[in-house]
Design a protein around this ligand. Structure first.
Ligand SMILES: [Zn+2]
Length: 442
């Protein structure tokens, strides 16, 4: 590397992080050996490359070895549900919601949600998941908890007619417009969207109205879509058309849309989503655990639909470790298509990073590139699973795991240091969630 030189000369870098390998995450799977990433004082990446090709180092240089890659992006989560982990196990979606989840959620307090979000955010950061797109109630608690953990947050407060005591959907929408005005602060790691639960919970008019409000605020419209066959049939029986067609006809796909699951989308639905520029959050582990099926992810990609991986909530997964989806997505795509070439490791990584970030409306995270936010993780390559090391990217997807994540930066700030999360009292959060989870289950 270049040594000496005038500190900080030739750039605005405050910190240089040097690693044995840098996976930039530009979709190509290219690795930079003996790489370095320069980060400015505002948490933005200003240069990436081989150490010898970068300018003089800034005053602070950290040589970490291993692999640097973009932080993972969880495109669909209900993270406070860590307090409901294991609720309703073995039930299909409809009964899982009505018997396992909603009765407990009706008893939840904002403090329960805060501790659930805190523990889940800790779980994600320790696994190298630096951003999550949250669909949940208790939005104030979600924002507050993540501000403390230091993760990046896309918060899309839910509108669930079945849970509104007086069915006042209009009142809830008005509340969320105020919430957007008060909390949408991308420069402080928080982006706010709107999340109608589903077409089977809300009317087409209500979905259209929420989409219009989201559009007027240039905000993300986040909805569950085509998760189970029974739900698909319910909507067809009620409206004589699929949920996707209901949304399209209600004008609800005209803004930035992310549809969670998409397991049962047919070719017409896929065409409508592609034409609308909508994205799908692919949640293979949740869909398998609830027996819902497997989304046609290869068809979605072929149709030009943006796809990001998601865990869904901790009661349908049951963890928030996106490395499992990173491995499961290509395995399922290959297994079901009988084609081992159907999804390569670079594509899988893309679905967990850059593509997921785009799907939730973030254009400057999910990559290590000049101009991007410095959301990065370090992987310890000095592990048996990473030998012989001839194809590191394939090792990462098919032999890798969250347990090899040692360091995490969000917006240039290091929040996990040598396996220790420095922002959250994890022991306390575990104790709180244990106690609160038992109370909610009683
Ligand atoms: Zn969900």
């Amino acid at each position: 590397m270049t040594v000496g030189g005038e500190p900080g000369a030739g750039g605005r870098a405050r910190l240089r992080v040097e690693a044995d390998q840098v996976l930039t995450g530009d979709g190509s799977g290219q690795l930079i050996a003996d790489g370095a990433v320069d980060i400015d004082g505002a948490g933005r990446i200003v240069a990436v490359g081989r150490r010898e090709n970068l300018g003089p180092p800034p005053t602070e240089v950290r040589t970490v070895g291993g692999l640097l890659m973009p932080g993972l992006v969880n495109a669909h989560a209900h993270t406070p549900m860590t307090v409901l982990r294991s609720a309703g196990d073995g039930l299909p979606l409809e009964r899982w919601l009505r018997e396992g989840v909603w009765p407990r959620e009706a008893r939840m307090t904002p403090e329960d949600a805060w501790w659930g979000m805190t523990l889940g955010s800790a779980e994600m950061l320790l696994a190298g998941v630096t951003t999550s797109c949250e669909m949940y109630l208790f939005e104030e608690a979600v924002v507050d908890a993540v501000a403390a953990s230091g993760a990046r947050l896309v918060v899309t407060p839910g509108v669930i007619a079945a849970l509104l005591p007086d069915g006042d959907v209009a009142g809830r929408i008005a509340q969320l417009v105020d919430f957007h005005a008060g909390h949408h602060r991308p420069d402080q790691l928080v982006t706010v969207g709107f999340a109608p639960h589903s077409v089977y919970d809300l009317s087409p008019e209500q979905c259209g109205e929420i989409a219009a409000v989201a559009g007027a605020n240039d905000a993300l419209f986040h909805i569950h879509l085509e998760e189970t066959r029974a739900e698909r049939q319910l909507v067809i029986d009620r409206y004589g058309k699929t949920a996707t067609q209901v949304l399209a006809d209600a004008g609800a796909l005209e803004g930035r849309t992310i549809a969670a699951h998409g397991v049962w989308l047919d070719a017409t639905d896929q065409r409508l989503l592609a034409e609308a520029g909508a994205a799908v959050a692919h949640c293979p582990q949740s869909n398998l655990k609830l027996g819902s099926g497997v989304a046609p992810v290869l068809d979605l990609l072929a149709a030009g639909i943006g796809v990001g991986l998601g865990t869904d909530g901790a009661a349908s997964n049951d963890d928030l470790d996106l490395w499992e989806e990173l491995k499961l997505a290509p395995l399922l795509a290959r297994g079901l298509s009988h084609d081992p070439g159907a999804m390569d490791a670079a594509t899988a990584v893309d679905l967990a990073t850059r593509s997921a970030a785009r799907a939730i409306g973030l254009s400057d995270v999910g990559v290590i590139a000049p101009g991007a936010r410095a959301d990065m993780i370090r992987i310890d390559l000095d592990q048996p699973a990473f030998r012989p090391g001839l194809d590191l990217l394939t090792h990462l997807v098919f032999a890798g795991s969250s347990r090899y994540v040692t360091d995490v930066w969000v917006d240039g700030r290091q929040v996990v240091d040598d396996g220790v999360l420095t922002t959250v009292d994890v022991e306390r959060a575990m104790a709180e969630v244990g106690e609160r989870g038992r109370r909610l289950a009683a």
